[in-house]
Write a protein that binds this ligand. Structure first.
Ligand code: ADP
Ligand code: MG
Length: 697
């Protein structure tokens, strides 16, 4: 196996090596210019590329091609066409034209547009994104594309991501030029998403309508053994999981996805996969493919992969740490502090820009991860609270303070960690100690945004990060341009920025109650739920930042805001309906049947002798009856709550109603049912329990 990994890696990808080998030299050069410098691709060139792609794909066993895109549903979309083209003598040949490569016309009406299409009566089309490689999966050639309407509105998540990358590049280059950099042509944002997930047995999964319809358990009492033993994290990976991970790795490697680290997570049945980072748009495409393959490969192993943020109440949820950095096209990471951060003025400038951006746009960053699923995780004890703050670590904090106080910092004494073992060389201690509670942590040469939910498409958060940092870089560049004493001006600007935005920096424990109180004192926003956060997307300053950097038009922001709120409402509506139906049609009948058997037992005992003790049976029957009656009332209340949704209210109001009233009714019902689960015989309980789901892989 080991020997073939290098051969396997990228073997299904029409990557640079394949292009160089298969395309005529001038065509290859021209395509490279399109990819690297975004030059227009001549149709004659596209024709040659399409043909080479087709020949290559046919050799890989492909019979179809698809324009692959990321509509606002959160998943990817594809429509497969075959390569066949009839000939006059009744046979077929395999054809693929430059036009088919460059442009497609999927039926746009079936994807959410948040009213955009209605307003502009636009049809949608897909256009090839040559910056992300085409690939073959199963029998199909996949062409990564963007999805727009004919009147130019963006209908997908990729176009704004690419625009936000351009926006950041433009402003970062302005700053770099001021620092005397004449060689870099572009600045690139990079992302490495660490993906968490659960694996459960497929047979058990099939018996839970809640998992099938909503991705999470809507009922379930806490198992006797949870994660308190902390024996799962980095524990031995079980055979079945190991063979799953191995196959997943191979599938990902074929697609050129550099799956690198895989280990168990804190919760039982929870795992993580981290790839090596890539440019934001490629990382986003790859993460979508990774999630898809995680699910697909799981099925081949009799497993189901759960990507929901909180599949099990009371058990650690799943996130997706978005590691984010910026680097030049000639390979310099701009968030690398070097040996002495305070002396590295350029690094401090970029750091200050990020600090300011995160403080100025904390609400926007917060709402970029707001979904019905993630609401269950943010604030729970494994995930950062909904308050945005930044961790920078001791060394940087010292450097920042020195700048604020006009002090000179001594060259950082490279801290050495004594390993205590002779043979191991002492390694340099990370410049940042590990703070795992911060939502936005500086981790040496990148930031790790930890609030992202496991099920989210990472485009959304990266669009926001890139755009808001582009904005602060722009403000910096505007202020610095024309300064007589550049270095003095930079120092002044950085000092002012750190002073004004120190409230966003917090290096302590974000999980503590003191922090919540402290954050409030500092005036940091705390938007705990999606229905509180999402409507702010359309706030004046948020619209302005997108419009100013050509990432979204105002109409696009408003439509996206609407879609996100609608998604929240839909998710809660499906959950409520599923819950009501499970309680009414599965749980209550089972409990009633069990109660009858307990009553039968009482009657049987009494038939034998009046003196037999039936107190235990009676007590149980009594408790069952009371809980059944209570649960029955709560099912009615939940149905009533759904009936009372005001369909005419605006989306934000409806979302608030769902978040408060409907979710409240669901929690009430769940409490009764979970208590019933602990007293109803396992034989009668109609669905697999947490213990079975979590400890049976
Ligand atoms: P951990 O956070 O578990 O200690 P690492 O720090 O090695 O692990 O990396 C976590 C993720 O961050 C990986 O996906 C890695 O590729 C990614 N990463 C590393 N450097 C960068 C960078 N410059 N830009 C974006 N992501 C990065
Ligand atoms: Mg991490």
């Amino acid at each position: 196996m080991e020997a073939n990994v290098t051969e396997l890696f990228g073997s299904s990808v029409f990557n640079e090596a394949v292009m160089r080998e298969r395309l005529p030299k001038d065509v290859y050069k021209s395509l490279k210019r399109t990819i690297d410098k975004k030059e227009h691709l001549e149709s004659s060139i596209a024709e040659v590329v399409a043909n080479a792609m087709k020949e290559w794909a046919l050799e890989k066993g492909a019979t179809h091609y698809t324009h692959w895109f990321q509509p606002m549903t959160g998943i990817t979309a594809e429509k497969h066409d075959s390569f066949i083209s009839p000939t006059s003598d009744g046979r077929v040949i395999m054809e693929f034209s430059g036009k088919e490569l460059i442009k497609g016309e999927p039926d746009a009406s079936s994807f959410p547009s948040g009213g955009l299409r209605a307003t502009f009566e636009a049809r949608g089309y897909t256009a090839w994104d040559p910056s992300s490689y085409a690939f073959v999966k199963e029998d199909t050639l996949y062409i990564p594309t963007v999805f727009c309407s004919y009147s130019g509105e963006v209908l997908d998540k990729k176009t704004p991501l690419l625009r936000s990358m351009d926006a950041l590049s433009e402003q970062a280059i302005r700053i770099l030029r001021m620092f005397g950099n004449t060689t870099s042509n572009q600045v690139i944002t990079t992302v490495g998403p660490e993906q968490e997930y659960f694996l459960v047995d497929a047979e058990l999964y099939k018996q839970r309508k809640d998992l099938i319809f909503t991705g999470r358990t809507l009922f379930g009492a806490k198992p006797p053994k949870g994660q308190e033993l902390e024996d799962h994290y980095f524990g031995n990976i079980k055979e079945r999981v190991k063979s799953y991970m191995r196959e997943l790795d191979e599938e990902l490697w074929k697609l050129g996805i550099s799956a690198k680290t895989e280990h168990n997570e804190v919760a039982p049945a929870q795992h993580e996969l981290a790839p090596i980072f890539d440019t934001s748009n490629v990382a986003s495409d790859h993460n979508q493919l990774t999630m898809e393959l995680m699910k697909k490969v799981a099925k081949r192993h009799g497993l189901e992969c759960l990507l929901h943020e909180k599949p099990f109440a009371g058990v650690n949820g799943s996130g997706k740490h978005n590691n984010w950095s910026i680097s030049t096209d000639d390979g310099k990471n701009l968030l690398d502090p070097g040996k002495n951060p305070a002396d590295n003025l350029q690094f401090m400038t970029f750091l200050a820009a990020v600090v300011k951006a995160v403080d100025d746009y904390a609400v926007l960053i917060r709402l970029s991860v707001a979904t019905a699923g993630n609401d269950h995780r943010l604030g729970a004890n494994e995930a950062p609270p909904a308050i945005i703050s930044m961790f920078v670590g001791d060394q940087l904090d010292e450097a920042i303070n020195a700048i604020k106080n006009d002090e000179k910092v001594e060259a950082a004494k490279a801290a050495k960690l004594e390993t205590g073992v002779e043979i191991l060389p002492a390694f340099r201690k990370d410049t940042t100690d590990r703070n795992r509670t911060s939502p936005f942590a500086f981790t040496g040469n990148k930031f790790e945004f930890r609030m992202v939910g496991s099920a989210l498409n990472i485009s959304g958060v990266n669009i926001v990060l890139n755009t808001v940092v582009a904005e602060t870089l722009k403000q910096f560049a505007d202020e610095l341009s024309g300064a007589d004493d550049f270095e003095g001006a930079v120092r002044k600007l950085i000092k002012k920025t750190f002073k004004e935005h120190e409230k966003i920096i917090f290096n302590g424990n974000n999980y503590s109650d003191e922090w919540v109180a402290e954050a409030e004192k500092r005036g940091l926003p705390n938007l705990k739920t999606s229905y509180e956060a999402l409507p702010h997307f359309a706030d004046k300053e948020n619209v302005a930042v997108f419009v100013n950097h050509n990432v979204f038009s105002e109409a696009e922001v408003v439509s996206r805001c609407e879609i996100l709120i609608e998604n929240y409402i839909k998710a809660l509506n499906i959950e409520a309906l599923t819950m009501s139906s499970m309680a009414r049609r599965e749980i209550l009948p089972a409990v009633i049947e069990f109660t009858a058997s307990v009553c039968d037992a009482i009657a049987a005992k009494k038939a034998v002798s009046d003196t037999l003790d039936v107190s235990a049976e009676t007590k149980l029957a009594d408790k069952l009856s009371k809980l059944t009656a209570s649960a029955s009332v709560k099912i009615d209340a939940l149905d009533e709550a759904l009936k009372n949704v005001d369909e005419n209210a605006d989306a934000a109001k409806q979302a608030e109603y769902y978040g408060k009233v409907v979710l409240g009714a669901m929690e009430e019902l769940r409490a009764d049912v979970d208590e019933l689960e602990t007293i109803v015989s396992a034989e009668y309980w109609p669905m697999p329990t947490y213990s079975e789901l979590l400890f049976n892989v």
